[in-house]
Design a binder for this molecule. Structure first.
Ligand code: BTN
Length: 350
């Protein structure tokens, strides 16, 4: 969710919470190992066995079990040992064994973008994920704040595509197609795309995507793609431009399932990054093409009819004077509802 606040103090706080949360991750490693042992065992697992397996005291095991219970895990404790009864809908790395090694998990963080940038700069590999249950200083596009309360899905994916930096906007298209496809597949909701990278349900934004690139003239070092999904968050009624999956469906979703299906979908789309199929797929899902738009791009405002996207992922706009302009980034505002097969001059005379 978005609001319009940004400050230097915010950036400072973000760094502080990064340090605090890196410590929390170590605690979670132990909790993860305990959970794994409990899951691997169909019977009760004694505190002594756990303490031998994990090389920590029984008191330490008990403390971590207690902490897991606070997280929402239901663990029965009997004289003969512990048994896992149920798990909460947390996106803990050990809930995704095939991704576990790639996920840096934080119960709360400043922004996943900051940690991902640090990791990518230090050489973290393609596919590394920084994931948080909540962000206190989530960032949106154009330096806006992205409100990130618990219940949403917030993560940054580190990509190292071997493409010319000019084609980097295609990554936004690819990820937005993956998000919309996931929503359609899982819930049958008509998720649509608004250029450059918003995912909408019934015209309201349900997901935002923020890509940050580090590149040289002709080489991409990394592109960090931040994805924020309003999953089980409740959107205030006065908010007319935003929705959540929970509000759209009238029920909570399994964030674990959504995250895991989305990651599979992104991996499915990746080979298509430089293929025409990606642009075709984006166009099918787009609600921006054929609309009259005002694009507030860095350094200029373009007004006209959005008619296509080019191979780099830029939006092509036909201006009222008939000339064509391209926008690679910016805010897109719809001027009026779509008027099919009507030329711009005629529209502007009405
Ligand atoms: C937008 O303005 O629409 C983009 C929003 C992107 C939000 C995501 S949430 C995960 C990642 N971390 C952030 O601080 N921002 C992105």
């Amino acid at each position: 969710m978005r609001s319009a606040r940004n400050s230097q103090a915010t950036k400072q706080l973000t760094k502080t919470s990064m340090i605090v949360n890196i410590c929390k991750t170590k605690v979670n490693d132990m909790k993860g190992q305990i959970l794994k042992s409990l899951r691997d065992c169909s019977e009760y697992l004694s505190g002594e066995t756990l303490s031998n397996q994990l090389g920590v005291s029984r008191v330490s095991i008990w403390k971590h079990i207690h902490s897991l219970e606070k997280d929402g895990y239901v663990i029965e404790a009997f004289p003969k040992g512990y048994k896992l009864i149920s798990s909460p809908d947390l996106l803990l790395p050990y809930e995704f064994p095939w991704l576990e090694q790639r996920i840096h998990y934080f119960p709360e963080i400043g922004s996943t973008m900051d940690v991902a940038k640090e990791l990518a700069t230090k050489g973290a590999g393609e596919g590394t994920i920084v994931l948080a249950e909540a962000q206190v200083h989530g960032r949106g596009r154009l330096s806006r704040e992205w409100l990130s309360p618990k219940g949403g899905i917030y993560f940054t994916l580190i990509l190292r595509p071997e493409i010319n930096p000019a084609y980097a906007p295609r990554i936004n298209l690819m990820v937005s197609v993956a998000v919309a496809t996931t929503i359609r597949k899982l819930f049958g909701l008509k998720a649509e795309l608004k250029w450059p990278n918003d995912v909408l349900i019934a015209g309201r934004k349900v997901c935002g995507i923020l890509a940050e690139m580090d590149a040289e003239m002709d080489v991409v070092n990394f592109v960090n793609v931040g994805i924020g999904i309003n999953a089980n968050t409740s959107i205030p009624q006065f908010e007319k431009t935003v929705t959540s999956l929970k509000d759209a469906l009238g029920r909570e979703i399994s964030r674990k399932e959504f995250f895991s299906v989305l990651l599979v979908e992104i991996e499915r789309q990746q080979p298509l990054l430089m293929k025409a199929d990606l642009l075709e797929e984006w166009k099918k899902l787009s609600v921006t093409l054929n609309k009259d738009v005002r694009i507030v791009a860095p350094g200029e405002v373009i007004v006209g009819r959005a008619i296509d996207i080019d191979t780099s992922g830029a939006l092509i706009i036909r201006e009222r004077n008939g000339s064509f302009k391209k926008a690679l980034a910016g805010d897109c505002i719809y001027l009026r509802e779509e008027v099919p097969n009507t030329d711009m001059e005629a529209v502007s005379r009405k």
